[in-house]
Design a protein around this ligand. Structure first.
Ligand SMILES: Cc1cc2nc3c(=O)[nH]c(=O)nc-3n(C[C@H](O)[C@H](O)[C@H](O)COP(=O)(O)OP(=O)(O)OC[C@H]3O[C@@H](n4cnc5c(N)ncnc54)[C@H](O)[C@@H]3O)c2cc1C
Length: 373
């Protein structure tokens, strides 16, 4: 039996990869009640390829909203700096609720061998090529062939594999936060319903909005320094912008603040017969919109490698393949997050550089990230 911990996108997709190999599954879902899933995610060509490999690409497509371009604009002046045509790319948005539900339905249709609504608290490897003993906070214990820990950046897996002191985070006062909301498309001007991913670069901040749910809703994500996210942030950042100012007039927007991960990347994804997947392995800054896509790619890789009878070969094949692939994306996402956080006079230079580079530069930056294997 193979255990998967975590019931986010990564855990569900990893659980599906186990079941696709006709292996019995212990699903350790976590003890926190399922969080309300806010808004949506953009899925790039690599994410869609992974969904296809997991056998749920068509269902996911039917629930997605095709996005036709990425448009980068200056929040202060309103000027368009660059635009990347996506009409020939597999690129779209999907609500978190939909992608979670579709993965759950697929898992349930095959059948989980054992389900535990608890957190893993301990794991002990009895010896090389031996089973792994795991224990949960509801008192249950289990002996498994392997553990795929997809329990997020603060879960058990990352500490077990990388050591308790590895999760160094930046101090609270230099953290970045995302203000997230979903609003009915009819509450905002038509501009917001266009099937584009709009990326606005502002002083020390950026704003992304795109339609989800077939254009009925608009997903809004504004990222800034934690110290600047006080009361009148909407007015301060959007007020002078003719388009974004409309958001300030909308009184029914309920924003949720999410602190963004600042944990480092480790290329060690395996300890004995435990491996990491999803944000537990790669807490990627969301600036390239790749966290969920990479989690799906982890699961597609697991699906392939778990096909090998030798579990050691399977786990090392997976850990090596994915940690190498993700390390490049992690670096790019970190650089992108720094570029998007630029403040002061350098922000002007950023705008000039992006408008000079245009779509070619965007394409060159993203092609490697979106590459499908
Ligand atoms: C603002 C924002 C925008 C984003 N936009 C995009 C985007 O457009 N495209 C994209 O691809 N990605 C995006 N992402 C990233 C994406 O949301 C994540 O990468 C993705 O959801 C993967 O999450 P996960 O399942 O690994 O972790 P989580 O969703 O954090 O799930 C972890 C799970 O583990 C469980 N758990 C915790 N501890 C334990 C334990 N000890 N034992 C068992 N279970 C445990 C929890 O209960 C939870 O179920 C964005 C992220 C943010 C913050």
């Amino acid at each position: 039996m193979i255990a998967v911990s975590g019931s986010g996108i990564a855990g569900l997709a990893a659980a599906l990869s186990v079941l696709r190999n006709q292996k019995s599954l212990l699903f350790v879902a976590g003890s926190a009640p399922t969080a309300v899933e806010i808004g949506g995610v953009q899925i790039a060509p690599n994410g869609w390829a992974a969904l296809d490999k997991l056998g749920v690409g068509d269902v996911a497509k039917s629930l997605s909203t095709k996005l036709r371009s990425i448009t980068v604009r200056n929040m202060d002046t309103g000027a368009t700096l660059a635009s990347l045509d996506l009409s020939s790319e597999n690129y779209g948005s999907i609500s978190r609720a939909d992608i979670t539900r579709l993965l759950k339905n697929e898992i349930l249709s095959i059948g989980v061998t054992e389900h535990v609504a608890a957190n893993i608290t301990h794991a002990v490897q009895r010896g090389a090529n031996q089973n792994l003993d795991i224990a949960t906070d509801c008192g249950s214990t289990h002996q498994v062939e392997a553990l795929i820990a997809a329990d997020g950046p603060k879960g058990f897996g990352r500490k077990y594999i990388n050591g308790p002191d590895f999760n160094v985070q930046t101090p609270n006062n230099t953290k970045r936060v995302a203000m997230r909301a979903v609003v009915k498309a009819k509450s905002l001007p038509k501009h917001f319903s266009q099937p584009f991913c709009n990326l606005w670069l502002g002083p020390g901040s950026h704003f992304v909005h795109y339609p989800i749910n077939s254009g009925n809703d608009i997903n809004l994500v504004f990222t800034l320094d934690a110290t600047s996210a006080y009361d009148d942030w909407q007015e301060r950042y959007f007020g002078k912008n003719l388009i974004l100012g409309e958001i300030c007039k909308c009184d029914n927007i309920s924003w949720t603040k999410t602190t963004l991960p600042t944990m480092p990347f480790s290329d060690c994804w395996r300890r004995g017969t435990a491996v990491l997947a999803g944000d537990a392995a790669h807490p990627i800054p969301p600036n390239l919109a790749q966290g969920a896509g990479q989690s799906l790619a982890d699961a597609a890789s697991l699906k392939y490698w778990l096909g090998f009878n030798d579990i050691n070969q399977a786990l090392s094949g997976y850990a090596q393949e994915r940690s190498q692939a993700v390390s490049k994306i992690f670096k790019k996402a970190t650089i992108s997050s720094k570029i998007m956080a630029i403040n002061g006079p350098a922000a002007k230079a950023r705008s000039i550089a992006i408008s000079l580079g245009g779509s070619q530069m965007l394409n060159a930056w993203l092609a490697e990230v979106w590459a499908t294997t």
